[in-house]
Design a protein around this ligand. Structure first.
Ligand code: IVH
Length: 709
């Protein structure tokens, strides 16, 4: 049944009762009549489920909906032989919309690094100059524009016609929302003749604040779900399965960037913005171009002041290096460009009361205290939980149940408790005592020396850790199993349907059991199993990330995948590390970006037989794709290079980025696996070591020639 909604203010068309044909008492129905009525009820209920769950637009009140279910149940009770496998009594509600196809972006949709204060911005421009080998006093002109709080979209034009639009998704793959985007007036369907043959315009879909309020008012009037903020309203409106609903929603689009373009005639970001305008896109009228950093900061301060006057929500300012040749040289690191940064607005704060302090157990056993709060709206979002980070933080701030606290929320960051308002503390309150046992499994919770975090020692027997590990395994950047959300994982775990990640790939054996569960029907189970099938093939870096090894996040997983190439090679090497093989360990820590503490965590993971057993079972079920380096016919492709000494022509950072773009691996120290050592000025001991090991040493000029100039 749909969650209860207050329908007392439904429009007349929805509440007015049509005179219904009197229902025949169930006992008086013939089996044929009963079968007919069950069929019609199933159809009817399915229509209302769709209207409620997928279109946010119920056609009847909750009471009427319940009456349909009651009648269905009464007939089924009397004629159990007529219960159909797909009966509404077995299929409570319809899974939320899952109907968009996936689109692989021709160029990844990047996100932005954040700067939280002016010092971070200075550090950013400093990094840019260093990377480009510029003097620290040299001017780096920037385009500055507001950071719109909406959702990013890529619009693809071929032959100057809009052919496909997709959400960002995980940056590599998004959802195909073309039909819905066609309903937005700011998105041109045809581009003028001078636009490129292939153009991917990127930008932000948003809803204005006044339109969001109007939409919520009418949603409320209709007794249907309201949205927490304009961003959610824009996202919810765009992700409608029925584009005629999207068409009624007030959505807008600002273009601020591009992906694949067949031919770029601009050489600056600023000029590209004006080209986008000339092709019919709307760009933000507040965007400016500044040569000096102080002016960029002045733009930020001015935007902070004007923020509340703007008709739409923004959550910061974005600075982008203006020269496109510099943007290209700067490239990207992980999933963010080196040439842009988001200067975020200060966090928004609010006062509320701590109801209780609870401790959550994460997948690595870390105990995190969370304040359960009296719900309060901060920056347009209702907040009812805030993190207290760790044991020391609670002591430092002396947060207690019943305290009035200042909480803050910055962007997508988890809300935090900033401080206690001591004068509002209730009398008789006691300091919080952090548990020394896991609240989930009762095992001892240990805090190791030098660590801020206390961890449950229950490992494999701790249900919280098991569930969190499974949630991580299916999360978006891992196996991306939409449809097997956090709630389902916990419920499946409790009921024994899932205990290890491999069980996900054996769910077909449990299909009947799942279909019997509340909220599931044969169709949604089929959808889930179909998605699971598509995930049996997975890139190595995602697979490594999915394992949830401590400290091994997305960036590290990618480094490991790149270094070892295949699952077998990686496993062999990690097993060797865990067995104390010095050479394997040296190779691991020699990867730029991997330190000894990460190596230690990898060794611990591989030393645990249960983990290797999970890996074995997963290998049987899956096909893990080898890491593929970008196609390159460069002589340095696949080679391992070490830079040493000061380079003249470019910074060390740029040299590394270029080498990697040509398919080389850059290591921090020389080993037998090093193919070349590139020596700049003032080369020290590394050059000597290279000679000792017989590794070819190149001058910077020789290296640049080898890279193709
Ligand atoms: S540029 C390669 N400019 O912010 C750079 N992003 O936190 C791509 N956003 O995913 C982004 N306003 O959805 C850029 N003026 C603006 C933006 C903007 C909003 C969003 C965008 C991106 C997110 C990153």
């Amino acid at each position: 049944m749909p969650p209860p909604t207050v329908c007392s203010n439904l429009p007349d068309t929805m509440t007015a009762k049509k005179p219904l044909a009197p229902l025949v008492t169930v006992e008086d129905l013939t089996p044929l009549e009963a079968a007919e009525e069950l069929k019609s009820l199933a159809k009817n209920i399915a229509t209302h489920d769709r209207a409620y769950y997928q279109e946010d637009a119920p056609l009847i009140s909750d009471a009427e909906y319940d009456a349909l279910h009651l009648r269905n149940a009464a007939i089924e009770a009397h004629f159990p032989e007529l219960i159909h496998a797909d009966s509404p009594s077995r299929r409570v509600g319809t899974a939320p919309a899952t109907g968009f196809t996936k689109v692989t972006h021709s160029q990844p949709m990047l996100s932005l690094d954040n700067a939280f204060d002016e010092a971070d911005v200075k550090a950013f421009t400093g990094r840019v100059r260093r990377f480009l080998g510029l003097d620290q006093t040299e001017m780096v002109a920037m385009v500055c524009e507001p950071k719109i709080d909406g959702l990013s979209i890529s619009l693809r034009y071929e032959g100057r016609t809009f052919v496909q639009g997709a959400t960002r998704g995980d940056g590599e793959t998004g959802e195909n929302v073309t039909t819905n985007l066609r309903t937005i007036a700011d998105i041109p369907n045809r581009l003028p003749e001078d636009a490129p043959e292939v153009l991917e315009t990127r930008g932000e879909i948003y809803m204005r604040r006044d339109e969001f309020q109007d939409l919520n008012a009418s949603q409320e009037k209709a007794g249907v779900k309201t949205f927490a903020n304009p961003r959610n309203a824009a996202a919810g409106s765009l992700r409608q399965l029925d584009s005629s609903i999207t068409a009624t929603r007030p959505l807008h689009f600002f273009a601020y960037g591009w992906g694949e373009v067949s031919c770029i005639s601009s050489d600056t970001q600023w000029d590209m913005l004006s080209q986008l305008r000339s092709w019919g896109f709307v760009t933000n009228p507040l965007a400016v171009f500044h040569e000096r950093e102080v002016d960029c900061i002045a733009f930020y301060r001015d935007t902070v002041e004007r923020r509340s006057e703007l008709p739409y929500d923004i959550d910061g300012v974005v600075y982008k290096v203006n020269r496109l040749d510099w943007q290209e040289r700067l490239g990207q690191v992980s999933r963010a460009p080196r040439w842009a940064i988001a200067h975020k607005f200060p966090a928004e704060q609010a006062l509320t009361v701590v109801q209780t302090i609870e401790v959550q157990v994460g997948r690595t056993g870390a105990l995190t205290p969370v304040a359960r709060l009296e719900p309060v709206t901060v920056g347009g979002v209702v907040v009812s939980n805030a993190t207290l980070h760790n044991e020391d933080e609670i002591v430092r701030k002396d947060v207690r149940a019943g305290d009035t606290v200042v909480i803050q929320r910055a962007g997508d960051v988890i809300p935090q408790v900033v401080s206690v308002v001591p004068e509002k503390r209730p009398t008789g309150s006691e300091p919080y005592v952090f548990p020394d046992h896991c609240p989930e499994c009762g095992s001892l919770a240990v805090r190791e020396e030098g660590e801020a975090v206390r961890r449950c020692s229950g490992g494999l027997i701790c249900p919280a850790q098991a569930v969190e590990r499974l949630k991580h395994f299916v999360s978006r950047n891992a196996f991306d199993l939409e449809g097997l959300g956090a709630k389902h994982i916990a419920a499946f775990w409790i009921d024994g349907l899932l205990s290890s990640p491999v069980d996900i790939f054996r769910l077909e054996n449990k299909a009947d059991k799942i279909a019997e569960r509340e909220g599931w029907g044969t169709q949604s189970v089929e959808n889930l199993l179909a998605t699971v099938e598509t995930r049996r093939t997975i890139p190595l870096e995602r697979f490594i990330y999915a394992l949830g090894i401590r400290q091994v996040g997305q960036a590290t997983s990618r480094l490991l995948a790149k270094e070892y190439g295949s699952l077998t090679t990686w496993r062999t090497a990690m097993t060797a590390v865990s067995e104390g093989n010095e050479e394997a360990r040296a190779d691991l820590v020699n990867i730029d970006g991997i330190g000894s503490s990460m190596a230690e965590d990898l060794a611990i993971f591989f030393a645990e037989p249960h983990n290797t057993q999970v890996l074995d079972t997963l290998e049987n079920e899956l096909s893990v794709e080898n890491f593929t380096t970008p196609e390159s016919d460069s002589p340095i492709s696949g080679k391992t290079v070490v830079f040493t000494g000061t380079l003249e022509a470019m910074s060390r950072g740029e040299a590394k980025a270029r080498a990697e773009a040509l398919g080389a691996k850059v290591a921090g120290a020389i080993s037998k696996k090093t193919n070349y050592v590139v020596v700049g000025a003032t080369a020290g001991s590394k050059a000597k070591k290279a000679e000792e090991l017989g590794v070819p040493v190149l001058t910077e000029v020789e290296w640049i020639e080898m890279c193709g100039g």
